[in-house]
Write a protein of this length. Structure first.
Lengths: 97, 97
DNA sequence: TAGATATTTAGACAGTTGTCTAAATATCTA
DNA sequence: TAGATATTTAGACAACTGTCTAAATATCTA
């Protein structure tokens, strides 16, 4: 289901986190440093992204590294392709599954 | 700014409306008929899509026809391209503007 | 103009969301 | 083991969202 990913991406802070993780894996603390917001708030956003399966986390000692899960992204991108290919022949299997 | 479109697409009812309008322009009433929801509620969703510039409306007599605005869609798709093209060379201008 | 049809606006209300502070948990190191 | 560091969990709270009913607005037609 695409509902959680779409809801996760509705927040600008979470979209920015995604862009950060696109460049490289980062620890929760490194991510938090990029925002004018408390660490618990960032932790909450990371959890939303994790619930949506858009990121994965991996503890290494004291740090927890977050990584982008591109697989779920592809699914969201597909939804957009189904939507934007208007009148290009062939019913494009465009359900919101 | 992409915030309104992303927020608009966070709701499953609105995503379904978008898929309907992908096939053909429809009146508010025709759209409402596809849902188990009151017309004021659908009107509210249509307004959210309109505020996000994802759809346009056009009155014809008693009816108001809604159409998909593919231009704004392209912008959202671009955001995903900037995000998914990981490690494919060239810093991909990936700000959330 | 009166009545019917199409749609939106207004206002209420419960549920969800984003943020915070305080406290808890996990790990490392001296 | 004690203290320092990294991160999350718990709980509170204001703001936002999605839904509804009732009423208003716009248009058509007899």
């Amino acid at each position: 289901m695409l509902n959680l990913p779409f809801k996760a991406l509705a927040d600008p802070t979470r979209r920015k986190i995604v862009l950060l993780l696109k460049e490289r894996d980062m620890t929760a603390g490194e991510i938090a440093d990029q925002f004018d917001m408390t660490k618990p708030s960032i932790s909450h956003h990371l959890n939303a992204l994790k619930q949506a399966l858009l990121v994965t986390d991996n503890r290494k000692g004291q740090n927890i590294y977050y990584s982008l899960n591109t697989t779920v992204f592809q699914e969201v991108v597909k939804w957009f392709f189904n939507t934007t290919r208007v009148n290009e022949g062939g019913k494009a299997d465009a359900e919101d599954k």
